[in-house]
Design a protein around this ligand. Structure first.
Ligand code: XMP
Length: 508
């Protein structure tokens, strides 16, 4: 049975995924499409509602993303947010102008509780504003339903046509009643039945996988990351003993990680193959210090090893992948869809001959994947794990790789993570990097000449940009003391305080 669907039309705003997730949290399935999607594509999904997102452009500029005017005449309820609101206004004959005073951050707003959109809400609201343009005249048939000190039209509506627009961002927590407003739009305006729930997701997928696969065998490249691990757990529930997981241990995993992955998955009803390829990788990478070359060699080698293993398993008919929804969302408003090539472990060869590909997590956001993982009984540390690059510690040891350098980093990184893990509020990603620099130090009466280690901890929503995490000096000095005392080969510890941009999260 098909779920009711709300389409999130993306006009380039940073919150498109958040909007889609909020809709799902309200019990309604959502998909994200580019803002300029043809109407036929939109109609084909038979949406009960459409939400148009924010975006960085000005609607009155000639090259700004637009939509078909007929979108507003389809009879489908629409909620325009920020740019989406301005676009609705502009397209239907309202006026949009540059702000005399831009509004950024939490703002006091007065709304009309007699309006359809704000029915039942308090007149005074705190909302998140982030705009440099504003609607100064609403289109015919619309009424303004909210204002702030600097924004005469903070919301508008044409309830007869079920068209609504808000200048603020209801999807973020800084808009205190924002989620309630989205819920009201979904249930009172779109007539949502609330038929989307993660509760029966596992059962539905188990059934679908069994139907697709029959009695054939399935091969999964298991990296130990959240997505491929949850995929493995789901498949092993659906088709016990028909699943083969190949875990290529390149030797660049964190401390004890390879063994932990093996311990978890060799207990499940699946065939688990661990390929210990550390030596092979180190030989291939000997003398290589350029980051991109390192990454390429690691990716290519993975494909080779995986192919070698697949060849040995000639009765395998399907390939499974832990692709998740953010991997397949078409970005921005570009006509050409930019689909991020999956996977953590590097692209798999197209030449491999399979009857089909199985991607049971393809429709899920990361938090939904984690929930499925928890329901399937995967340990917390695996399900909650922070992002970890496919090439692993190979891109956290600067320059040429040696086993000695990797072991030093593994020990130092484990100490840093252990200390940060004790915090109640943790950064989004935190790890250690072994730099290529050596410095002079003194330990006891001895002069040392050892590696300089860098700590990196970042705060971010989407990993596209980040700020460094303001870890306390107390924590940093404890970590520094522990690392220099406990890890041989490091005599100096630094903390990376660079944002992205101009830096990146990883060092290579
Ligand atoms: P950068 O360094 O580009 O990292 O700012 C952004 C986020 O992506 C992660 N990252 C990777 N993830 N394969 C992955 O699956 C990779 O090759 C890779 N490189 C970086 C990084 O850890 C951060 O979370």
């Amino acid at each position: 049975m098909k779920n009711q669907t709300v389409i999130v039309l993306d006009f380039g705003g940073q919150y498109k995924e958040l909007i889609a997730r909020r809709v799902r949290e309200c019990g309604v399935y959502s998909v994200i499409l580019p803002g300029n999607s043809p109407l036929e594509r939109i109609r084909a999904l038979d949406p009960i509602g459409i939400i148009t997102t924010g975006g960085p452009m000005s609607v009155y500029k000639p090259d700004s993303p637009r939509c078909d005017k007929a979108l507003f005449e389809m009879g489908v309820p629409i909620l325009g947010i920020c740019y989406g609101f301005q676009l609705m206004s502009y397209t239907l004959g309202g006026r949009v102008e540059s702000c005399t005073v831009s509004e950024y951050g939490q703002t006091d707003m007065v709304c009309d509780p007699g309006s359809a959109f704000f029915a039942g809400f308090a007149q005074n609201q705190t909302v998140l504003m982030s705009h440099t343009d504003r609607v100064t005249a609403v289109p015919e048939g619309f009424v303004a339903t909210a204002h702030t000190a600097d924004c005469p039209v903070a919301a508008m509506e044409n309830p007869a046509k079920k068209l609504f627009g808000v200048q603020f961002h209801p999807e973020v927590i800084h808009t205190e009643d924002g989620v309630k407003m989205i819920r009201q739009f979904l249930y009172s305006v779109c007539g949502a039945a609330g038929d989307y729930s993660m509760d029966d997701y596992i059962d539905r997928q188990v059934k679908a996988i069994r139907e697709q696969v029959g009695s054939d065998k399935v091969l999964l490249a298991l990296s130990g990351g959240v997505d491929s691990s949850v995929c493995a757990a789901l498949l092993s529930k659906a088709i016990p003993n028909q699943l083969v997981c190949v875990f290529v241990d390149h030797g660049f995993m964190r401390k004890n990680e390879g063994d932990e992955i093996e311990a978890i998955f060799s207990k499940r009803d699946l065939q688990f193959i661990r390929v210990n390829a550390e030596e092979r990788y180190l030989n291939k990478l000997a003398g290589v210090s350029d980051p991109e070359t390192k990454r390429k060699i690691i990716g290519n080698e993975f494909v080779e090893i995986f192919q070698e293993e697949a060849k040995k398993l000639n009765d395998v008919k399907y390939l499974a992948q832990g692709t998740i929804y953010p991997d397949v969302i078409e970005s921005g408003t570009d006509k050409a869809s930019t689909i991020k090539s999956h996977h953590n472990v590097g692209g798999l060869p197209e030449t491999m001959d399979f009857k089909g590909v199985i991607e049971p997590l393809r429709g899920l956001f990361k938090d939904e994947v984690r929930r499925v993982g928890r329901q399937l009984g995967l340990p917390r540390f695996l399900v909650e794990r922070q992002p970890f690059p496919g090439p692993g510690l190979a891109v956290r040891v600067m320059g040429e790789l040696t086993k000695e350098k990797l072991d030093i980093l593994r020990d130092a990184d484990a100490i840093f993570r252990e200390e940060v893990d004790r915090l109640r509020k943790r950064p989004n990603q935190y790890f250690a990097v072994l730099t290529n620099a050596r410095s002079v130090g003194v330990m006891g009466d001895e002069r040392t000449y050892d590696y300089v280690l860098a700590l990196r901890a970042v705060i971010t929503d989407d990993f596209m940009t980040c700020e460094y995490a303001p870890l306390s000096h107390r924590l940093l000095s404890r970590v520094s003391r522990r690392i220099t005392n406990e890890v041989k080969g490091v005599n100096r510890v630094t903390y990376d305080i660079t944002a992205k941009p101009p830096a990146t999260v990883e060092w290579e």
